[in-house]
Write a protein that binds this ligand. Structure first.
Ligand code: SAH
Ligand code: MG
Length: 937
């Protein structure tokens, strides 16, 4: 005897654990209905179930909460194609016997007619008929609406999952042996051998109302020739005819018994399916069940419909119709809904690694898959959920996440010996032995990810290099890395590269090319339209780079119609910014505009690639309450079509390629970067101010007249220095961010103009666009150099390069370098984390860094090791200090090194004005070249 089947809830739990969220809703329902009495009500329950990437709800209500939950779990399992294992026969023979019995059951058990099974809907149409055709339905209708039949077919032959034609053939042969049913010899019709009792028929017809009025539904024709355009087709359903016969007519199938139906596509609740005509196959009626699966190759292969097969994950032959028509448990009549081009393109978009990210943000044109994960600013489905639904939609098993603990001490020793990058004989090595962490170090986590093929072979392995102090951060970050990898890969597919390479190993991602290409073959052939030759493309194996470093590519959107005064509050790197926008397609002659997408409130973090480059560039050029327009690069046609819900009809005649995409944007609100919010909330005066005061003290102590701020950003230090009485005569800022420098120029310009009206000895100022790792001889031998909160924004080797360049070439008298103290993070995060309730379910612990643009954050020991090594090497002394906190354990919030040049006889001041001058002057005071910054100063 078979063991008792686990309940649907138990199976869901086993699969999803705490990720499964049940929401039970109580509803009052009228009962009785005794004439003359006020209607009585009772409580019934409905249940919604949310799983990663899938949400379902019970269509009806239940008297008991737990029944509602079980029903919701069952619906979810059906949608996911999961059967409680004890319910599934384990051998093909058992499955075969059960298939025969199940098919019989539909026809010989009259109780079945009073059930809500959708198949009864199909039967009822035919029960309204007269003559021999009463109760005769197409065999494929059973496959379309009974999950169990499909599961049994899968056990008999695993290929049935992907092949509706094989399912039909298995069902046909099983039906032949099913008692009580008759199957036609040359067609796929099935009916009960005995007529049903009038009572049973009456009961069924009571629930399933017929089509009284003609209904028109829109469906999409997906031609099997890839080059042929999709077509919108209208089908008229009328006269109580079975809907599949209209579909058959549209497909030029012999009759509706030759219309095959795919599984449902897209959202769990949808009845969207693909319909296609069975290819002309031989119906062999007396075939032995062992040789059932012998078709599917050879001559019918030429007409595989790649697009259709790709979107449903099953093999579809010939032209196909994408339609949302069918009988369901929740309706008492035929359910119909229009499917337009937009529906099709959204299904397609959903299968891309970033598609669900865009759709879960309800922003197809503006949003993109961010390049960094932060618990605090991530919007929409989490990376893990996105990866799960990506795999599910690509018909792959759930991704596997393996989290491991790494002890912090182990890491530290690794860092100190490897990452200093010091030559073996250098002085720096003397200090590495002193690195010691004198507080308890918590464990860190890393997470590896495996993506497997349908046959459970590994096709992609990701092994994490990064460690995280929270398990969930490790999982989300690894999931994101894998998604980004897929996304880059798919981007390459859609762009016009003629060859695509798959490397075996990049950035922690290891691909097994043969398995990978086999699993994604259908997808490759749909997207690799340009190449035409799939096998050539699929066999190309070679280097393929991750290409995640989009960061410093500051594309500039050309804004028009800038409206509103500069409010001075602008979106800076790391800030959460809320905008409203519309995106419209505009014909080149500007005669017609089609609104594609609009959002009243859309929030994202600047600097995480959460929106397109051009949109971010636009937003960072505006301040709060300003609006502007810009023309964006035209996205791929598929994306435009997916966005164009309202206008997809009109667009079918527009030549999109000759249009502009116009964005209209308003900045509504800016929330400062988390790092700044923490610094402000915890320290008074704020840390940035304390840093300025720290610098001012040193300037005055030194009677400095020249200062260069390395990595000046938007000029906050230079700006504040103008407000302090100092001995400075010349101020210089260097940065690689044009945006930052433009901001700096604006505010310095304003301040200096005011100052020059009141005072005579106004300092000169210059802003250079350049990298602080390059030497520029114009900045040689300044009195003071500052580099505040910059080094952690570059890779460690670059920070060391900067240290070497500045102390060996720029040679300032004093250099002040500040950077976050990693050991202080638990204090910052313990007391000033905003939105604590968001995180109620997660244990409080230090998040990795203060700002995810940080490439590292050092402990005091690490920083001191870095600075001391540099000082010794370049003949400077170094002293450590900081701002924020008392300086006692665990040190200052922001640690500072003050380097002083040690005077030596031969230190000749060779001011070589003609040496290398790689920096570009962006702005200068006085005589600022106004045109460079533009007129909006
Ligand atoms: N010093 C400023 C800004 C800190 S943010 C302040 O304290 O407010 C870090 C800055 O370093 C950014 O403006 C970034 O553009 C800049 N930066 C990063 N790498 C750089 C490089 N290689 N050369 C110059 N600037 C750089
Ligand atoms: Mg920083």
């Amino acid at each position: 005897m078979a063991a008792a089947a686990p309940t649907p809830k138990a199976v869901v739990h086993q699969r999803f654990g705490a990720k499964a969220r049940y929401t039970v809703e109580e509803v009052r329902e009228a009962v009785g209905g005794c004439p003359g009495l006020a209607p009585q009500t009772r409580s019934v329950y409905r249940c919604a179930l949310d799983l990663p990437g899938l949400s379902v709800a019970t269509p009806g209500t239940f008297l008991r909460k737990k029944d509602a939950e079980q029903a919701a779990a069952q619906i979810a399992l059906d949608k996911l194609g999961i059967q409680p294992t004890a319910n599934i026969p384990s051998t093909p023979q058992e499955a075969w016997d059960e298939l025969i019995a199940r098919i019989s059951g539909f026809f010989i058990d009259e109780n079945f007619l009073s059930s809500t099974h959708p198949l009864v809907g199909h039967l009822c149409v035919t029960l309204r008929r007269t003559g021999d055709l009463i109760g005769r339905i197409p065999l494929p209708a059973i496959a379309a609406c009974d999950v169990k039949v499909n599961t049994l077919c899968k056990v008999i032959d695993h290929r049935a999952e992907f092949d509706p034609l094989l399912v039909l053939s298995l069902m046909y042969n099983a039906a032949k042996q099913s008692p009580g049913v008759s199957v036609s010899d040359s067609n796929f019709w099935i009916q009960s051998e005995k007529p049903y009792s009038p009572e049973a028929v009456e009961l069924a017809l009571e629930r399933w109302s017929g089509t009284t009025k003609p209904v028109e539904v829109e469906v999409i024709l997906v031609p099997h020739v890839l080059e042929d355009e999709l077509k919108t087709v209208r089908i008229n359903l009328r006269d109580n005819e079975h809907y599949m016969s209209y579909v058959a007519a549209e497909l030029s199938a012999i009759d509706s018994s030759h219309v095959l139906v795919s599984r449902t596509i897209g959202k769990a609740s949808s009845e969207i399916r693909l319909y296609f005509a069975a290819p002309n196959i031989h119906v062999v009626s007396d075939i032995s069940k062992n040789s059932l699966a012998c078709h599917g190759d050879g001559d019918i292969n030429w007409q595989v419909n790649k697009r259709a097969s790709y979107i449903c994950g099953q093999t579809i032959y010939g032209d196909a119709l994408l339609a949302n028509i069918g009988y369901t448990r929740r309706d008492s009549e035929l359910h119909t809904k229009d499917v337009n081009l937009c529906t099709y393109y959204r299904i397609l978009l959903g299968k891309l690694p970033d598609g669900n990210c865009k759709m879960s943000r309800d922003s197809i044109l503006a949003a993109q898959l961010p390049s960094a994960y932060s618990r605090f600013s991530w919007k929409g489905l989490s990376p893990r959920d996105l990866l799960c639904s990506f795999c599910r939609l690509q018909m792959l098993p759930e991704p596997q996440f393996a989290v491991s603990r790494v002890s912090c001490d182990m890491l530290m020793s690794a860092v100190s010996s490897e990452e200093r990058g010091a030559p073996a004989d250098s002085v720096e090595n003397q200090y590495t032995n002193d690195v010691r962490i004198n507080k308890e170090t918590p464990d860190l986590f890393k997470c590896e990810v495996n993506i497997r093929s349908r046959k459970q072979e590994i096709l992609l392995e990701y092994s994490a290099a990064d460690t995280w102090s929270k398990e969930s951060d490790a999982i989300q970050n690894s999931a994101l890395k894998v998604l980004i990898w897929f996304n880059n890969y798919f981007k390459k597919l859609t762009s016009k590269t003629d060859k695509l390479y798959l490397s075996e190993c990049t950035d922690g991602v290891k691909i097994h090319p043969n398995i990978f290409l086999r699993e994604f073959a259908m997808c490759l052939s749909v997207y690799g339209k340009t190449g035409g030759n799939d096998s050539a493309m699929c066999n190309a194996v070679g280097p393929f780079s991750m290409d995640t470093q989009r960061k410093h590519l500051e594309s500039t959107a050309k804004l028009t119609h800038i409206d509103g005064p500069d409010s001075g509050v602008f979106p800076s790197h790391g800030s959460l910014t809320c905008i409203s926008y519309t995106a419209s397609l505009v014909t080149k002659d500007k005669a017609k505009t089609y609104l594609l997408e609009s959002r009243n409130e859309f929030e994202f973090e600047i600097g995480t690639d959460a929106v397109s480059n051009q949109l971010e560039s636009c937003v960072t050029q505006l301040s709060v309450n300003q609006t502007a327009c810009f023309l964006a690069e035209l996205p791929p046609r598929d994306l435009i079509m997916a966005a164009a819900f309202e206008v997809s009809h009109d667009l079918s005649n527009v030549s999109i390629e000759s249009c502009f995409l116009e964005f209209f944007v308003k900045v509504l609100q800016v929330t400062e970067p988390l790092e700044d919010r923490m610094e402000k909330a915890l320290f008074s005066p704020p840390l940035s101010k304390q840093r300025v005061e720290f610098a001012v003290r040193h300037i005055n102590e030194l009677h400095a007249t020249t200062l260069v701020d390395f990595g000046c950003g938007s000029g906050s230090l230079l700006d504040s220095l103008l407000e302090h009485p100092t001995t400075l005569e010349k101020l210089v800022g260097v940065d690689i961010s044009r945006k930052g420098l433009t901001r700096a120029a604006k505010s310095l310009h304003q301040k200096l103009s005011k100052k020059s009206m009141m005072q005579t000895n106004v300092p000169t100022a210059v802003l250079y666009d350049g990298s602080i790792t390059d030497y520029d001889s114009r900045l040689y031998g300044f009195d003071i150099g500052t580099c505040l909160e910059v080094i952690e924004h570059v890779e460690e080797d670059q920070a060391t390069l900067f240290g070497n360049v500045v102390l060996s070439s720029f040679r300032p008298t004093v250099l002040i370098v500040s950077t976050p103290n990693y050991e202080y993070n638990p204090i910052l995060q313990g007391s000033a984390m905003p939105n604590k309730d968001d995180e109620a379910d997660e244990s409080v612990g230090p998040c990795k860094f203060r700002n995810h643009d940080h490439k590292f954050e050092w402990t005091r020991a690490q920083f001191q090791c870095w600075a001391t090594g540099l000082a010794v090497k370049h003949n400077y002394s170094v002293e450590f200090s900081g701002v924020g906190g008392s300086g006692e354990e665990p040190g200052y919030a922001s640690q500072i090194a003050v380097f002083r040049r040690m005077m030596q006889g031969q230190e000749a001041m060779c001011l070589d004005k003609d040496g290398d001058q790689p920096y570009e002057v962006l702005w200068e005071w006085p005589n600022a070249c106004e045109e460079k910054i533009g007129t909006d100063l």
